[in-house]
Design a protein around this ligand. Structure first.
Ligand code: AMP
Length: 215
């Protein structure tokens, strides 16, 4: 399975991706995670990306596409992969199609996780991430047992810079303008599937698996 996960920031793509990795044994490629690591490591690429990310803007295609190409070339992608947060606009989607066509491994399914805008705002402002293992929590809907501490590894929880309110508004606007048109892009290719990303995480995952396994 070569899967593209679509959905607004906060729709729960990352959460579903983590569960898909466990079930299908294929890697998640999250451009957001790769970029955040570059920022933390202080690489030149990270320094360039940070200024865009802090404002909630998209990092230039030239940077992101290079990262994805490099990642897709690794052996663990041979049996499939889950793209999370990429592509983010039509030009990235077209470039991806070109790269995969050369390898004879086209995207097999695009899964859109749909959530209302009001819900998204609450999810994003409430989101906390573990500094050590990247496990995500939400202070409203799925808090950690102990305030500010990760249940899984005991690491410290923090609010991403781009989860602050003014940045979130910008991210959602950019999603509407640049990324939402990809729903139509994949629909036209006949490989789009959609799931409502509201409610219990395991129940959403069950629906996701049913959709992915349906011929
Ligand atoms: P995410 O964790 O996927 O919401 O990504 C966090 C931030 O990283 C975004 O707001 C963008 O600034 C940047 N980013 C992630 N993926 C991409 C992409 N495919 N194209 C451009 N920028 C991206």
């Amino acid at each position: 399975m070569r899967l593209v996960l679509l959905g607004a920031p906060g729709a729960g793509k990352g959460t579903q991706a983590k569960k898909l990795i466990e079930k299908y044994g294929i890697p998640q490629i999250s451009t957001g995670d790769i970029l955040r690591k570059a920022v933390t490591d202080g690489t030149p690429l990270g320094k360039e990306a940070k200024s865009y990310m802090d404002k909630g803007e998209l990092v230039p295609d030239s940077v992101v596409i290079g990262l994805v190409k490099e990642r897709l070339a690794k052996d663990d992608c041979n049996d499939g992969f889950i793209l999370d947060g990429f592509p983010r606009n039509t030009s990235q989607a077209q470039t991806l199609d070109g790269v995969l066509a050369m390898m004879n491994t086209p995207i097999t399914v695009a899964l859109s996780v749909d959530v209302d805008k009001d819900d998204l705002m609450k999810r994003l402002t409430g989101r906390r991430t573990c500094k050590s293992c990247q496990q995500m929590y939400n202070i409203y809907s799925s808090p950690s047992g102990q305030d500010g501490i990760c249940d899984k590894c005991g690491g410290t929880l923090f609010q991403r810079d781009d989860d602050k309110e003014e940045t979130i508004k910008n991210r959602l606007d950019i999603y509407e303008k640049s990324t939402a048109p990809l729903i139509d892009y994949y629909k036209k290719k006949g490989i789009l599937k959609s799931v409502m990303g509201v409610g219990n995480i395991d129940e959403i995952f069950k629906k996701v698996c049913e959709l992915l396994e349906k011929k």
